[in-house]
Design a protein around this ligand. Structure first.
Ligand SMILES: Nc1nc2c(c(=O)[nH]1)N[C@H]1C(S)=C(S)[C@@H](COP(=O)(O)OP(=O)(O)OC[C@H]3O[C@@H](n4cnc5c(=O)[nH]c(N)nc54)[C@H](O)[C@@H]3O)O[C@H]1N2
Ligand SMILES: Nc1nc2c(c(=O)[nH]1)N[C@H]1C(S)=C(S)[C@@H](COP(=O)(O)OP(=O)(O)OC[C@H]3O[C@@H](n4cnc5c(=O)[nH]c(N)nc54)[C@H](O)[C@@H]3O)O[C@H]1N2
Ligand code: SF4
Ligand SMILES: [Mo]
Length: 853
């Protein structure tokens, strides 16, 4: 019998509806976009469409593990409860902490927060949303009196001007961005302005791109505010005056304006001020709460919003209440809490500092990888290593963070877990399980409730399932609310959880969601008015200097998610950006002796990383960009968080992750290599390596400073047994070898003298075959594919696997001039559309070449 389950994508805050279906019990599950989900109407980006490539059980944590050994749930849970209780008894409630995540479901988050703030009696629960959304939360609260996202996705389609500030939505919120582009196709007069120091894929689609000096957004928006009020203002932010004049006049003249922002604004030591400088421009013009307009923060994680709703941030309580006396009392009564926290706890950066100083002695980390994602990641690791008791709940067995845990608890992953999430437009959707719980993995809500009960709080945590938790959360949002708080889900208290359809909060009456807030002009400050916060622009905490002359900006690539624990499993997703890279302006590359595709060592004050150089004229000179996705599991040294000092916004506590002074120099290598292997390979740390997923193998790119005895090293890495086919050219320093066992290809190693983007796809394909026979074997070490040199190719369209050279050839051979024509011929860009901005850039590049020729 065929089965269809409606659920929600576990990646970005767009919150796309997903349908998982299989034809019969024996068939494979297939995911597609849910045509009825109001976030995506059937669309998915490439990450969403490859979800089934990421749900395998390889590498999953399937049993609790204590000090590296498998234990039963009872002993694991008892251990957490005992250790936390003993620490609290001896050192007080503030000596323990939870560090949680916007990738938990609302129900998980709710019980974690309830346990810490109501029963342990400390505010020490913070979340990775501190690194993500906290400046927006603080900015909202200052301006509106509540953490409210005013608008909805439809506003973006109905606007006449959409301004994206510090947002690479083309890659990070692809389906919303596609909705914007589709609206622009219908109404070409819809104008798009992108404000980002880099020429991103998003900027590629803009009518106007302001490549401002990083950190100068508040100068720009203060200038805009002055312009809107009819004052003269001098605006210096590193772009030509005409561009600023154009932007200001477009904004002033266009009633229906939406301003979208994300991490280019939030991740800053003045993030809260920047958020308010944007909101001010909407308040001055009254452009808020009405169709087609409003300030709009795009949230990152699938449940960043849900976490804010239940009080996952150390400085919030629950249900959008703060730590004022009345709220503490109200929540305490609602929970019949024995020991309410009465003041905010430590924010992420301070929390880990407290761990390093021994003030926090028991730490429970859930659904986040702080050993990679926090600034000063090197110090975070040291802090964890020194902490007397670290628990990590994760789906994966081996993450940089899990390696530092005393106790590892196996959590259910997407497809297995059950609960709700809230997307960027306040829409609550269900995540529903369709896969069986593997091994002994359990839902996070269950794990937390079990610990709570073993700490003696059983009655308050005796939940039969997530539905019960959700209803309690809804009741709390409505408890003594009477219109005083924005978050009100009382209309969902009696809802049928199993069939709950996507709905935007507040839901005050059953079945009635709310698309837009503040339509009545009433806000949540006591006087019901909004506040325009006076903002004095401040520069970033650290500027370029003679020792660290470049500014490192960090962020995301199109097809990977954070620390790659899930997207890293998909070969299709790996193709777009297989290596950790450093985008650098050609002039800077020349200045620091870096060639395209060579390796660079990038150093901060305490640590360095080795990254592949990618020349990029879209970088501003003096600034480089590196993705955040690589860890010690996937590269020899590419954790960019260890290059960044943890300077934080004084209001929000959000760290400045987009602006770190660094130094770059060539990483001089005597050899470069590519290794493909069916089995895991342990590589030494003193060489450069990075690892990517292949179909039935992994691919490592390698480089090292010293020449090697290759036949011996090859056997060390790939295994000695079986049959070896080798080719050694000592003069040129080339070595190529393949290892087969019973005719089946197990591994290959290619060594060159020079850096190369050599990508042996014919060899990769050979891993899919049962046996490689006769003459064919020689092609494995041939250094070029049978039948000629295709060279290497960069994947542009991950959905249909269309490479750069095919697109270039189609442009030349058929005189194609638009993404639509290329789509018609090659299919590239016709599924999720995420690569359309790149296709545009390729078209522009080719026509520029033609003009030059
Ligand atoms: N593919 C993919 N998508 C994702 C994620 C992922 O890991 N991969 N993660 C999700 C999460 S959790 C988040 S938070 C979002 C993040 O989504 P975004 O914020 O859109 O992504 P980032 O790449 O972090 O940064 C956005 C842009 O800020 C720019 N920027 C840096 N400094 C400044 C500045 O001073 N001013 C301005 N105006 N811009 C600046 C950067 O150049 C960058 O292009 O993405 C979500 N979506
Ligand atoms: N330099 C720099 N650093 C950054 C950023 C940046 O732009 N620049 N961005 C910051 C931002 S915005 C974010 S959001 C963070 C993200 O950073 P992290 O949260 O550290 O990154 P993830 O890889 O998403 O980690 C999630 C972990 O939870 C596990 N997991 C997934 N689902 C579940 C579940 O249901 N239960 C449990 N228990 N575990 C689960 C995954 O396997 C993974 O190990 O990075 C921040 N760090
Ligand atoms: S845009 Fe992509 S990653 Fe984001 S929710 Fe939709 S399918 Fe998932
Ligand atoms: Mo995020």
């Amino acid at each position: 019998m065929s089965t269809t389950i409606r659920t929600t994508c576990p990646y970005c805050g767009v919150g796309c509806g997903v349908i998982a279906a299989r034809p019969d019990e024996a068939g494979d599950w297939v995911v597609t976009g849910d045509p009825d989900h109001p976030a995506n109407f059937g669309k998915l980006c490439v990450k969403g469409s490859t979800l089934m490539e990421t749900v395998g059980l390889d590498g999953r944590l399937l049993h609790p593990e204590m000090d590296g050994r498998r234990v039963g749930w009872d002993s694991a849970l008892d251990r957490v409860a005992e250790q936390f209780s003993a620490t609290i008894a001896e050192h007080g409630p503030d000596s323990v902490a939870f560090y949680v995540s916007g990738q938990l479901l609302t129900e998980d988050y709710y019980v974690a927060n309830k346990l810490m703030k109501g029963f342990i009696g400390s505010g020490n629960i913070d979340t990775n949303s501190r690194l993500c959304m906290s400046s927006t939360v603080a900015g909202h609260v200052r301006a509106f009196g509540s953490d409210t996202v005013p608008g909805c996705y439809e506003d973006i389609e109905q606007a006449d001007l959409v301004v994206l500030v510090g947002s690479n939505a083309a890659w990070c919120h692809p389906v919303v961005f596609q909705r914007l582009l589709a609206a622009k196709t219908r109404r070409p007069e819809l104008c798009i302005v992108v404000i980002d120091p880099r020429r991103t894929a998003t900027a590629e689609c803009a009518d106007l791109h302001l490549a401002i000096r990083p950190g100068s957004d508040a100068v720009l928006f203060n200038g805009l505010a002055a312009h809107l009020k009819g004052e003269e203002a001098e605006v210096e932010c590193g772009v030509p005056l005409e561009q600023i004049v154009t932007f200001f006049s477009w904004f002033a003249e266009t009633e229906k304006t939406v301003t979208l922002w994300s991490q280019g604004i939030n991740q800053s030591t003045s993030g809260t001020d920047k958020v308010d400088s944007i909101i001010n421009c909407h308040l001055i013009t009254g452009r808020i709460g009405r169709p087609g307009m409003g300030p709009f923060s795009l949230t990152g994680q699938p449940n960043a919003m849900g976490g804010r709703e239940v009080g996952g941030l150390a400085n919030m309580l629950a249900a959008h209440m703060g730590f004022d006396e009345a709220s503490v009392d109200r929540v305490g009564r609602f929970w019949t809490a024995p020991r309410m926290a009465t003041r905010p706890g430590l924010k992420a950066v301070d929390l880990f500092r407290a761990v390093s100083e021994g003030r926090i002695k028991a730490l429970w980390i859930m659904a986040t990888n702080p050993a990679v994602s926090l600034p000063e990641a090197d110090l975070v690791r040291a802090a964890m290593a020194a902490c007397p008791f670290v628990v990590v709940s994760d789906c994966e067995a081996d993450t940089d963070t899990a390696r530092l845990a005393h106790l590892r608890l196996p959590a259910l992953a997407w497809g297995e877990k059950d609960g709700t999430v809230t997307n960027s437009e306040r829409r609550i959707s269900r995540q529903r399980p369709f896969l069986p719980a593997p091994g002994e993995a359990r839902g996070d809500w269950w794990i937390i409730s079990q610990v709570a009960s073993r700490m003696g709080f059983g009655e308050a945590f005796a939940y039969a399932g997530p539905g019960e938790i959700f209803r309690e959360h809804c009741r709390l949002t409505g408890f003594e609310n009477q219109g005083s708080r924005d978050l009100d889900l009382s209309g969902l208290e009696d809802t049928d959880y199993a069939t709950l359809a996507p709905i935007q909060w507040p839901v005050r009456q059953p079945g009635r969601g709310t698309a837009r807030m503040f339509a009545d002009g009433r806000f949540y400050h006591a006087d019901r008015k909004a506040r325009r916060v006076e903002v004095t622009p401040r520069p970033p905490a650290a500027l370029a200097n003679p020792e660290f002359p470049l500014i490192l900006n960090t962020g995301r690539t199109r097809d990977q998610w954070h620390t790659m624990t899930r997207t890293g499993r998909s070969p299709r997703l790996a193709a777009h950006a297989p290596e950790p890279s450093l985008a650098i302006h050609p002039a800077d590359a020349a200045r620091f002796g870096l060639a395209d595709n060579a390796l660079a060592r990038v150093s901060g004050r305490r640590a360095s990383a080795v990254l592949r150089v990618a020349l990029d004229a879209g970088q501003r000179p003096g600034e480089v960009f590196a993705p955040i996705h690589w860890t010690d599991r996937t590269a020899s040294g590419a954790v960019v968080g260890s290059l960044i000092d943890a300077a934080v916004d004084p209001v929000s506590g959000q760290p400045e992750l987009k602006h770190a002074p660094v130094r770059v120099e060539p990483f001089t290598a005597a050899w470069h290599g590519v290794l493909l292997s069916r089995e895991a390979v342990e590589l030494p740390r003193d060489i450069y390596w990075s690892k990517a997923a292949g179909q039935s193998h992994s691919i490592w790119r390698l480089a090292g400073a010293q020449g090697q005895d290759w036949p011996r090293i090859g056997r060390d890495w790939l295994g000695d047994s079986g049959e070896w086919i080798e080719f050694l050219d000592p003069n040129r320093g080339h070595y190529r070898a393949a290892r087969l066992v019973d005719g089946r290809l197990e591994g290959v190693l290619f060594i060159f003298r020079w850096a190369t983007d050599f990508s042996p796809d014919w060899v990769a394909a050979a891993f899919g075959r049962a046996a490689i026979l006769g003459e064919e074997r020689a092609t494995l070490v041939a250094g070029a594919p049978p039948g000629g040199d295709r060279g290497s190719d960069k994947t542009v369209c991950a959905c249909f696997q269309v490479g750069l050279s095919a697109i270039r050839a189609a442009i030349h051979d058929h005189g194609l001039t638009s993404p639509a024509e290329i789509g018609a011929m090659l299919k590239a860009g016709t599924n999720c559309g995420s690569c359309v901005p790149e296709i545009r850039a390729i078209l522009a590049g080719e026509s520029a070449k033609e003009r030059a020729a």
